[in-house]
Design a protein around this ligand. Structure first.
Ligand SMILES: [Zn+2]
Length: 339
């Protein structure tokens, strides 16, 4: 009897020890997160862009080695956010934005200016993309041919090969910047080659157009649902400081701005939370495949909505031509009757 109790006691003790070790490990991981600041007021664009005096790129230093850049809404109504993460050996730029012309939008010059010096040269830079839509990669040519700069591909085969995704969209990849590791997760649905980045240094989850405060454009609902489950499974065991997408399209009350609006008064903050992200599967499940508003989020299939608008415009045009033709015939008949 005494032996049994001793065994039981030792089993309880070992379970308690295991729980303590696991808790300590999680705490250590959480403690390693470098804090940053989202205390920033993003420029709102302007009701009259002719009089706009805001800089083409607004730069916010989240913490000494992390920068968030936003493109002026007057120069591109997409108002893309770009992210620059600096490691010991390499820096990582996520997306190059919507404008190719360096004179108009000096992305490369600004980013290189933020890089620390290493001897005679700047820290090497790797440029990657959340996905291949043009507003996330039109700035690529500004980096072409620059010393110590590598630009990763954005098409699906290129992304698979570059990150080594043998069983896309399964698996994960990692980018080692030296003392700073960034996880890469396949997340097709908005775009077939979309990826999400998780920065282990800051705990920032960079979600591109997959998840953001605005319209969630979905081109493949089934793929997006699987991606949502994958990303949520990943963040379950990791600290997430903020979830940062690449656009803001709503005001503080989650009301959408018009498509193409170059003025965002009273704009919603960029940062969302892990809890916000956890609502995504239910929102996507409610999506009717065309246009759905669920909770704060609006989900739409841009191709279908544009297709429906095109058909509606065509029908209106046909009716207009038919009406004019009838009118013309009636007017031609009139003189014959009076004669
Ligand atoms: Zn996109």
């Amino acid at each position: 009897m005494k032996v049994c109790r001793l065994r039981l006691l030792s089993r309880v003790a070992s379970v308690a020890l295991a729980l303590f070790v696991a808790g300590a490990a999680m705490n250590t991981r959480a403690q390693q997160i470098v804090p940053g600041s989202m205390d920033v007021h993003w420029n709102p664009g302007a009701p009259d862009c002719q009089t706009d005096t805001q800089p083409p790129l607004q730069v916010h230093q989240y913490e000494p080695q992390t920068f968030i850049l936003r493109q002026n809404l007057c120069l591109s109504a997409e108002g893309n956010f770009l992210f620059l993460l600096i490691g010991d050996q390499k820096a990582l730029l996520i997306d190059t934005g919507a404008i190719a012309d360096a004179a108009k939008m000096p992305v490369a010059k600004t980013v290189l200016g933020l890089l620390p010096q290493r001897g005679d040269a700047k820290l090497p830079l790797l440029v990657v993309h959340t996905h291949g839509h043009t507003d996330h990669r039109d700035g690529d040519p500004q980096f072409a041919g620059l010393a110590n700069v590598q630009v990763a591909p954005f098409d699906l085969d290129g992304v698979k090969n570059f990150f080594g995704f043998a069983a896309w969209p399964e698996g994960q990849a990692q980018i080692d910047l030296g003392g700073r590791v960034v996880d890469v997760l396949p997340s097709p649905g908005h775009h077939r080659a979309h990826v999400v980045f998780y920065d282990q240094r800051t705990g920032l989850l960079l979600t591109g157009d997959f998840f953001l405060p605005g319209r969630l454009l979905v081109e493949d609902k089934a793929a997006d649902l699987v991606s949502a489950a994958r990303v949520i499974d990943f963040v379950k065991t990791r600290p997430v400081t903020w979830v940062l997408g690449t656009h803001v399209e709503v005001n503080r009350n989650w009301q959408l701005y018009d498509l193409g609006a170059s003025y965002h008064p009273d704009e919603h903050v960029l940062q969302l939370t892990k809890d916000d992200l956890l609502t995504l599967p239910a929102t996507l499940a409610a999506f009717n495949g065309f246009y759905t508003t669920a909770g704060h989020l609006t989900v739409m299939d841009q191709n279908r909505v544009l297709g429906a608008l095109a058909i509606a415009a065509l029908v209106i045009l046909i009716l207009l031509i038919w009406g004019l033709w009838r009118l013309w015939r009636r007017m031609r008949r009139k003189p014959a009757v009076s004669a």
